[in-house]
Design a binder for this molecule. Sequence first.
Ligand SMILES: Nc1ncnc2c1ncn2[C@@H]1O[C@H](COP(=O)(O)OP(=O)(O)OP(=O)(O)O)[C@@H](O)[C@H]1O
Ligand SMILES: [Mg+2]
Length: 320
Amino acid sequence: MTIKTSIQNLRQWLDSQIVGQPHLIDRLLIALIADGHLLVEGAPGLAKTKAIKTLADGIEGDFHRVQFTPDLLPSDVTGTDIYRPESGTFEFQSGPIFHNLVLADEINRAPAKVQSALLEAMAERQISVGRSTYKLPELFLVMATQNPIEQEGTYPLPEAQLDRFLMHVKVDFPNAEAEREILRLSRAESRHTEVAKLEHRVLQSELFSARAEALDIHMADAVEEYIVQLTQATRQPEVYSADLRRWLEFGVSPRATISLDRCSRAHAWMKGNDYVSPDDVRAVVHDVFRHRLILTFEAEAQGQTADKIIDEILNCVPIA
Ligand SMILES: Nc1ncnc2c1ncn2[C@@H]1O[C@H](COP(=O)(O)OP(=O)(O)OP(=O)(O)O)[C@@H](O)[C@H]1O
Ligand SMILES: [Mg+2]
C-alpha cells in the first residue's frame, strides 16, 4: 500500500466516524502533513475532541488532552524539575505537552503566561527548564480549541501568538442529514456494534515520508508568485483596492507566507497531484490568513470579517 492510499483510507475512516465535518478532517490531515498546529473554533459538542482522539487512534502516536483553566500554571503544561530526596537531585518530570497529539482545550481560559508557555513550545519544539532543554517528539501536533460564544472570564490570545498556528479552522453545525447519521453512529457505539475499524494504523515513518513528498511537489514560478502577491496584498492593500485599504490595519507575517506554501503543498499532495495549482492555494488561504489579519476599527464597525476581506484579496490579486 502506498503512503497516499494509507492516508486516503485514514481520511475515509475519519469521515465515517466524524460525520459531516469533512473540512475539519481535511485540515487535521493538512496540519499533520504540513507539520503545523491548529486553532479550532466552534460551539460545544461539535466533535472537536472526538476528531483529534479518533485521529490519534488512526495513527501511530499517543494523545493527551489539557484543559485550560484560570488556575493552570506553565509547568502544568511543560513539566518541571522535581526534587528526588532518595538521590538528592532534581529530575525533570515531563508535562502533558510531551505527546504526539495534544488537545489544548479552551486555550483562552488560561492566563497569558500559560498560553505563552504552550505557544513557545509549539514554535520551538522544545522546552527549557533550568539549564536543560528537552526536545518534543518529532510528530507533534497541537489542536487548541476556542469557544466563540463565551467571552466572559476569558483571555483572548494576542495576535502575535495566533501567528504560531498554521491554520485557524471554524467548525459549524452539521446539517439535518448528518445529524441523523450522528444519531445512528452514537447508538451503534453505545451498543458496541457495527463500528467501522481501520485496517492499517498510519505509521509515523509514513507521515514523515508524506511530509517529504509534499515538500518536493513541483510548484510553478507563477504559483509561488501568487502566494507572495497574496501576502503583499495584505500589507499594501492600497495597491489593490480602496476597500482593502480602509479595512486592513496590519498585514500577515512571513510565517503566513510559509504556512500558505506548506498548506497548499499538503492540499495538492492529498489530492494525488504532483504539482501545486492556484486552486490549492485558494482552498487553504482563508484558514491560513484568518487569524493573522488585523482589521481597522472602521472594518469592525461595518461588520467586515477577515473572511470577507480574504475573499476581496482573492478577487483583486491576479494569477500571473
Ligand atoms: N459530526 C459528528 N460525528 C459523530 N459524532 C458526533 C459529531 N458531532 C458530535 N458528535 C458526538 O457528540 C458528542 C460530543 O462530541 P465532543 O465531545 O467531541 O464535542 P466537543 O466539540 O469536543 O465539545 P466541547 O466543546 O464541549 O468540548 C460526542 O459523543 C460525539 O460522539
Ligand atoms: Mg471537547
